[in-house]
Design a protein around this ligand. Structure first.
Ligand code: GDP
Length: 455
């Protein structure tokens, strides 16, 4: 069956200098030619690949824009298909109008991630690399972008493929032995297999560890700011975001909703929530805010617990310390631009990480960054090493490791070699699911459903 030719706007839905409408599929250039006329008078359909044409865009004979049309010829394009990219003037109206003209000329609207899905199906990239495209688009910092680019380059897939090949190598004679037990096949030696399984397991464990310690950099972390009223939570939120996001007043109970923002602290991306002050109160509305704050505190990956350094600690402060117990948390002794009256000893005893700062002046921000880096071991993160970019990939690695563990256990306990063979096969399948070589269409659909339209 012929593939539909698809079209979508590839640039953000916002005013901008240039907007790109991408058309890909067997009829891409024919469809583009119906709406785009090169000023040179040459037929676009005759264009070679890698050619740019200046011309005019028409919708039902009405000229709607001047634009540049790039032509790519299969297989030398992002999708591996014939592709035309019309770079028109950016903006909310023009790009939509050009897209509509392309659809009326015969293209079908692209689904989320369909261009990259086609690149995957046409063998231009593997599944791990396709996922890194989204990671690259979503990257908020230098390290996250470097790690995603690294995976896009195929570093991860090469390392995973090496793991799979090692197991395949050692199991080849095993599989033959299992399939043809009566044939005179060279003796399979369990002693040869064990080191390969162990080494592969170590390599996978390393990849997972790198992902876990780099997650703060690649995915970002969910953090919450908590503290009793008036300790400076909203001021801290504003200091971290760099603008007035939360309302700062001396009136206790001003923040009732949870205010959320994305911030970048050094290389770490945080989705940070400023919450209502936690205190004992009879006020029904305020109590709702307090409950919301407590719930946020429970599920956050990082708690920033703020205390007013200029005052003695209160029962509400102690209640908050109690709730932070066992959580990844940083105690922030705020208002240190004023004389310190809070008992540092109590705070030091309750938290492994204490930072003194002044949310008003910004003093202490670097120390906060250092503490968060330490908690999430981000200094150990090496964006140049093979890096997982999604939970799906992590799960594939974990599954492969579990099957390798089973194979090792089977070898050690002297269980029959067919059992070892089954475990090894499952481990290989898990690794090939990661790269996409053996992923089911449901897995592939799930991966691309998380993409944006136009990518
Ligand atoms: P929240 O209720 O915890 O969100 O506290 P706010 O951020 O609204 O701050 C309460 C009061 O403390 C405001 O008057 C702030 O200006 C003041 N404040 C906050 N942080 C600091 C600080 O670092 N130093 C000083 N001197 N005052 C601060």
């Amino acid at each position: 069956m012929k593939n539909r030719t698809i079209a979508a706007i590839a640039t953000p839905n916002a005013p901008g200098g240039i907007g790109i409408v991408r058309i890909s599929g067997e009829n891409a250039v024919e469809i583009a030619a119906k709406i785009f006329h090169p000023v040179s008078g040459k037929a676009l359909t005759e264009s070679r690949g890698y050619c740019a044409h200046f011309g005019e865009v028409f919708d039902n004979n009405e000229k709607i824009d001047e634009a540049v049309c790039l032509v790519f010829r299969a297989p030398r394009s992002y999708t591996g298909e014939d592709t035309a990219e019309i770079s028109c003037h950016g903006g909310l109206y023009i790009t939509k109008r050009v897209l509509r003209a392309a659809l009326e000329a015969g293209a079908a609207p692209a689904e989320a991630g369909e261009f990259t899905k086609r690149a995957f199906i046409n063998g231009k990239i593997d599944l791990a690399a396709a996922e890194s495209v989204m990671a690259l688009i979503g990257a908020s910092g230098k390290q996250a972008a470097a790690a995603a680019l690294n995976t896009l380059d195929g570093n991860l897939s090469r390392e995973i493929r090496k793991c799979a090949d090692n197991i395949i190598g050692v199991c080849a004679s095993l599989a033959a032995w299992v399939d043809y037990p009566d044939e005179d096949i060279e003796d399979t030696d369990a002693g040869d297999m064990l080191p390969v399984f162990t080494e592969t397991r170590t390599a996978l464990a390393d990849i997972i560890r790198r992902y876990d310690c780099g997650r703060a950099v690649t995915d970002g972390i969910d953090a919450v700011i908590v503290g009793r009223p008036n300790v400076g939570k909203s001021t801290l939120m504003n200091m971290l975001t760099g603008f007035e996001r939360s309302i700062v007043t001396d009136i206790a109970g001003t923040t009732r909703d949870v205010v959320e923002e994305r911030i970048v602290l050094g290389e770490i991306v945080m989705r940070i929530a400023d919450t209502a002050g936690i205190r004992e109160t009879e006020n029904v509305v305020e109590n709702i805010g307090v409950s919301l704050a407590k719930r946020r505190l429970e599920r956050a990956e990082l708690v920033l617990a703020v205390f007013d350094g200029s005052e003695a600690l209160t029962a509400d402060d102690c209640d908050i310390m109690e709730q932070c117990r066992g959580k990844r948390a940083v105690a922030l002794l705020n208002k240190t631009d004023l004389p310190v009256a809070a008992d540092r000893e109590i705070i030091n005893a309750a938290f492994s990480h204490v930072v003194e700062l002044s949310a008003s002046t910004g003093e202490g921000r670097d120390e906060l960054e250092k503490a968060v880096r330490k908690i999430f071991s981000t200094d150990e993160f090496d964006p140049n090493a093979a890096c997982l970019t999604s939970e799906r990939q992590r799960q594939c690695c974990v599954n492969a490791m579990t099957h390798i563990d089973e194979a090792i256990a089977a070898l050690n306990t002297g269980v029959t070699l067919d059992a070892v063979n089954v475990c090894a096969d499952c481990a290989i399948d898990a690794l090939l699911e990661l790269t996409g070589e053996k992923a089911t269409s449901a897995v592939v659909d799930e991966v691309f459903s998380r993409f944006c339209v136009g990518k």
